[in-house]
Design a protein around this ligand. Structure first.
Ligand code: SF4
Ligand code: SF4
Ligand code: SF4
Length: 197
């Protein structure tokens, strides 16, 4: 049986370039690194990378805990120092660089906000009633039947602004693209929690 050759770290980093969210990018790197397959020749590398993947995934799902960012900041340097090969050291180094350059993006996820709007659990789509002209364009764009509303007809009155059914919304963003009136917004879970508090 032929052994699958793991992807080199440069390739993994290049593949992740289009991912804007630093947490999502880190998850991609960890997934590719661990599933690559992981060689497991020394202990600190798989242990730290598995643990970082668990923490990062929880952060992206809105389940981040205080201390999670600090835990990654402890795990990554340990992994960088104790890994036996360049591959392990490079991945840990890249995560550390990302944390340093991301200007609080990791911390934002603990507060349930994804600045790049790529962690779907951390934001929601809302129609701003004052801006909605009831044109119905979003209704046609939404393939998931998540838009609630009736398109305005010139001979009828008494329409209500459109709404979005959050439980059906897949965060695809198509409605925002077609709304000419800027009546749909991405709202952080953090902001929603503050409004409803
Ligand atoms: S540091 Fe290198 S040798 Fe050690 S488990 Fe990771 S990939 Fe394998
Ligand atoms: S496209 Fe915009 S303005 Fe038109 S119905 Fe939808 S939310 Fe309202
Ligand atoms: S983000 Fe996508 S699924 Fe959600 S309401 Fe808009 S078009 Fe529909």
């Amino acid at each position: 049986m032929t052994e699958t050759k793991p992807k080199d770290v440069k390739t993994i980093i290049k593949e992740a370039e289009d991912i804007k969210c630093a947490v999502q990018r880190s998850i991609y790197l960890m997934n590719e690194f661990l599933d690559g397959p992981m060689c497991g020749r020394c202990l600190p590398c798989p242990m730290a990378s598995y643990e970082m993947r668990v923490i990062l995934t929880r952060m992206s799902e809105g389940e981040g805990k205080p201390g999670d960012v600090e835990a990654i900041k402890r795990l990554a340097p340990d992994m960088q120092e104790l890994s036996m090969c360049k591959r392990g050291k490079d991945i840990a180094g890249f995560i550390l660089d990302l944390m340093e350059s991301s200007q609080g993006e990791f911390e934002s996820h603990i507060e349930k906000a994804c600045p790049a709007k790529e962690c779907k659990a951390l934001f929601t789509y809302k129609v701003i009633p004052e801006k909605c002209t009831i044109c119905g364009d979003c209704l046609d764009a939404c393939k998931d039947n998540a838009i609630i509303g009736e398109k305005r007809l010139s001979y009828k009155s008494g329409y209500l602004p459109f709404e979005i059914a959050d439980e059906r919304c897949t965060r695809c963003g198509e409605c925002i693209k077609v709304c000419k009136y800027g009546a749909i917004e991405e709202v952080d879970e953090k902001e929603l929690a503050e409004v409803t508090a």
